[in-house]
Design a binder for this molecule. Structure first.
Ligand code: EPU
Length: 423
């Protein structure tokens, strides 16, 4: 297993290119299952989660070719051979459940292993299942698998009212509804940019969708979908992560491809903390020129609120703020596992249930720390960039799920960071 060694090295300066969004790509890829014509994605990120989704699609008989060093994914589901997603692949990645809606909608039946729990919370899939039931699906849970069957004429339109916002359930329902008979209305739908990106790709394939980006999405089912070529939207979480690098270390970094509208609540918090964010022709320029970070309170919420996927990284920033910050995690019940690791670096954090109170210290100190999940691992790298001395982050395979070339990107702006084989 690899480790990442980071040494505090002062202010950063330069440019960081931001990749296409992991979480958009993970829902765009299963959209290929809806059509027998090719779907090509450009601006795909090179990540292990994307390779896992490729393996899953290939296990169903889909063709997935990674071209141009993995930035282009050429897919075809013309000759699918199976509608069963096996546990061995699904257990590696929860987003595998996103094949359920498309398979059921196009073929009238599907079997998908239940994903099981994960490090940041229980993460059930009940809302995905209820949405499909509202379209007439019969579901049975047997041997750890969801066995789903559509009525004889296929799924039919229905009204799906989500009791709370779920990104994945909205995506599954949206994809399934494109081929259902009649009109489907998704109420209290997720509004994330990744949902808008999915809807735009489905529209290019011939789907009739209105209201994406609002909490009510209406889908008029069509008989078949065609092929398309679609560019994956910028990864707003990778963007926010790298925006925090100069915020923590000082200096000025331009994040290429960045847009404020992808992260407006996050940008407001940076402003309140004393970090400047400026739109440029190529992206977003972030600078911290002088003075200490100001403490700010943060509550995670569905889009357009502050993203849960940036909570760990924001905590790393607030560890050295002037004053006390309160972070409330409202999306996942167990997403503060980075806190004890940051405390090993000298941070003062008090966690009670879903609330973490962070009292800023002048400077963190390097220490050996352990990554527990994707966003936690990058928060430790950010903390290490600003700490005194050397921070060794273990279990960095989590990082490869969501950040491509992290060492190269941070080195390019002056960070002292290397990846080594574990001693
Ligand atoms: N939930 C249920 N039942 C369901 C679905 C969700 O109780 O059927 C709960 C979840 O347990 C959670 C909340 O609802 O407490 C919201 O979950 P959501 O369904 O919105 O999350 P997701 O679709 O499983 C996606 C991202 C996550 C991101 C969340 C929230 C992908 C592949 N994953 O997960 O990304 O944190 O939305 O924005 O899109 C990450 O990239 O690090 C990551 C975890």
């Amino acid at each position: 297993m690899d480790q990442i060694i980071v040494t505090g090295n002062g202010a950063l300066s330069g440019q960081i290119p931001i990749a296409g969004a992991k979480n958009a790509c993970l829902t765009l890829m299963p959209a290929t299952l809806l059509s027998d014509e090719p779907l090509t994605l450009t601006n795909a990120p090179r990540l292990s989660d994307i390779r896992t989704m490729s393996t899953l699609l290939q296990s169903l008989g889909a063709e997935v070719q990674a071209l141009q060093d993995g930035q282009v994914l050429a897919m075809s589901s013309h000759d699918l051979t199976s509608t069963r997603a096996e546990y061995d692949i699904v257990r590696k990645m929860r987003a595998s459940i996103l094949v359920l809606g498309p398979l059921l909608s196009r073929f009238g039946h599907a079997e998908v292993s239940l994903p099981g729990g994960c490090a940041i919370g229980a993460r059930p899939v009940d809302l995905h299942l209820k949405a499909l039931e509202a379209m007439g699906a019969k579901l049975e849970l047997r041997d750890g698998y969801v066995h789903a069957t559509a009525p004889s004429g296929g799924l039919r339109g229905g009204v799906v009212e989500f009791p709370f916002v779920s990104v994945g359930a909205t995506e599954n329902a949206l994809m399934a509804a494109t081929l259902a008979k009649g009109t489907t209305v998704l109420k209290n739908a997720a509004r994330e940019p990744e949902i808008v990106d999915l809807a735009q790709c489905l529209q290019k394939m011939g789907a009739r969708i209105e209201g994406e980006g609002t909490s009510e999405i209406t889908i008029e089912g069509v008989d078949r979908l065609g092929g398309a070529t679609h560019r994956v939207v910028t990864d707003r979480i990778e963007l926010g992560t790298y925006m925090l690098a100069p915020a923590i270390c000082g200096g000025e970094v331009e994040c290429l491809g960045g847009r404020i509208d992808l992260l407006s609540a996050f940008c407001e918090k940076l402003d309140a903390a004393g970090i400047s964010v400026e739109e440029t022709a190529a992206g977003l320029k972030v600078a911290r020129k002088n003075g200490r970070i100001r403490a700010v309170d943060v509550t995670t919420e569905p889009f357009p609120g502050f993203p849960t996927d940036l909570q760990a990284q924001m905590m790393a920033l607030l560890c050295t703020a002037d004053g006390t910050s309160v972070l409330e995690e409202k999306i996942f019940e167990n997403r503060f596992m980075h806190a004890p690791e940051l405390m090993r670096m000298g941070a003062k954090i008090d966690v009670h249930g879903g609330t973490a109170t962070v009292t800023g210290v002048e400077r963190l100190k390097g220490a050996p720390v352990m990554a527990t999940d994707l966003r936690a691992s990058v928060s430790l790298i950010l903390a290490g960039l600003a700490a005194e001395g050397e921070t060794v982050v273990s279990r960095v395979y989590h990082l490869d799920r969501g950040y491509e070339h992290v060492v190269r990107k941070l080195e390019a702006v002056g960070a002292k960071i290397e990846r080594v084989k574990e001693q």
